[in-house]
Design a protein around this ligand. Structure first.
Ligand SMILES: NC(=O)c1ccc[n+]([C@@H]2O[C@H](COP(=O)([O-])OP(=O)(O)OC[C@H]3O[C@@H](n4cnc5c(N)ncnc54)[C@H](OP(=O)(O)O)[C@@H]3O)[C@@H](O)[C@H]2O)c1
Length: 279
């Protein structure tokens, strides 16, 4: 299977499809990663908060794939924001993953009210300049967070990873990111299989293309030039979610899925998340 690549704003290549590993347990990790690698995945999205960096690192080592052929993303947890703590917890993530650099390191939530995201990002810039991270970015940033970040720091984030699916397509943030050459990665791209994949519009389109509803939704994300990191611990689904590169959606079908947007955020509103509020 040919892997599709997104060139980030610093030219660094990032696979457009990665495996999200939130909630994948240590016991499930080996099979999930082995299946993913066999299928062709080379990108893996974890976070210090997920508590599974070590399991992911072990499974990747076991896969035998060279480190430079992998794309590993992790994230700075809210509780460790601040310049010095960022440097410390970045090193912990490296140690957990058993690697000496990350491809992408992201601030997990802005926690703007705590006033630490600028200095945390400055620590990311330092690590980036030191060659320990290939690209740096953020998660869950709205345009107003990005505006402030870009005004007060030097390196434009390469990625903004945000909740995004047909019921909540985040057009305003997408437009802002497109304008500033910030790649959007969709988290919860399948809306956690909570209703979206049974929606008649998605099911009908899937039947017409001879694809599954999940494949249609993931292809819709790619049509909007997003990177996707669907999570699955199930081998058939891991394969299914990657097998989406041999077809394109017609513009009318893309528009039909666009019309499902109802502003229905499933996760937390980033303006309400503060250090210590998420456990
Ligand atoms: N930056 C952030 O704040 C943030 C927040 C949340 C998530 N993320 C990242 O984004 C990744 C993906 O988001 P997510 O895990 O929240 O949600 P998701 O990928 O939309 O959905 C995962 C759920 O959908 C099921 N599923 C996967 N493929 C399927 C298919 N082909 N058909 C039917 N069901 C399928 C999975 O089940 P099984 O596993 O049982 O197969 C799992 O229950 C995470 O793993 C994480 O890496 C980032």
């Amino acid at each position: 299977m040919v892997q599709d690549t997104y060139y980030l704003n610093n030219g660094y290549p990032m696979p457009k499809i990665g495996l999200g590993v939130y909630k994948i347990t240590d016991e499930e990790m080996e099979t999930a990663v082995e299946t993913a690698i066999e299928t062709g995945y080379r990108a893996f999205d974890t976070a210090y908060f997920y508590g599974n960096e070590q399991a992911l690192g072990r499974a990747l080592k076991q896969s035998g794939v060279d480190r430079e052929d992998l794309f590993i993303t992790s994230k700075l947890w809210n509780d460790y924001q601040g310049y010095e703590q960022t440097l410390t917890y970045f090193e912990k993530s490296l140690e957990n993953l058993g690697t000496d650099y990350l491809d992408l390191y992201l601030i997990h939530w802005p926690c703007e009210a705590d006033e630490l995201f600028i200095e945390s990002y400055k620590a990311l810039e330092q690590l980036y300049h030191d060659g320990k991270i290939r690209a740096i970015g953020v998660c869950n940033f709205k345009p107003h967070h990005l505006e402030r970040l870009m005004a007060e720091t030097d390196v434009t984030p390469a990625v903004n990873q945000i909740e995004c699916h047909p019921y909540f397509n985040q057009q305003e943030t997408q437009d802002f990111c497109d304008k500033h050459d910030i790649a959007v990665t969709a988290w919860m791209p399948l809306m956690r299989n909570r209703g979206l994949l049974d929606h008649p519009t998605v099911v009908n389109i899937a039947e017409r293309y001879g694809k599954t509803p999940a494949q249609i939704v993931l292809r819709w994300h790619l049509a909007h030039n997003r990177i996707i990191i669907p999570k699955s611990k199930t081998p058939e689904r891991i394969r299914e979610n990657f097998d989406i590169l041999d077809f394109n959606l017609e513009l009318t079908d893309i528009a039909e899925i666009d019309s499902l947007d109802q502003g229905a955020r499933q996760g937390k509103d980033p303006d309400e998340v503060r250090i210590g509020t998420l456990k």
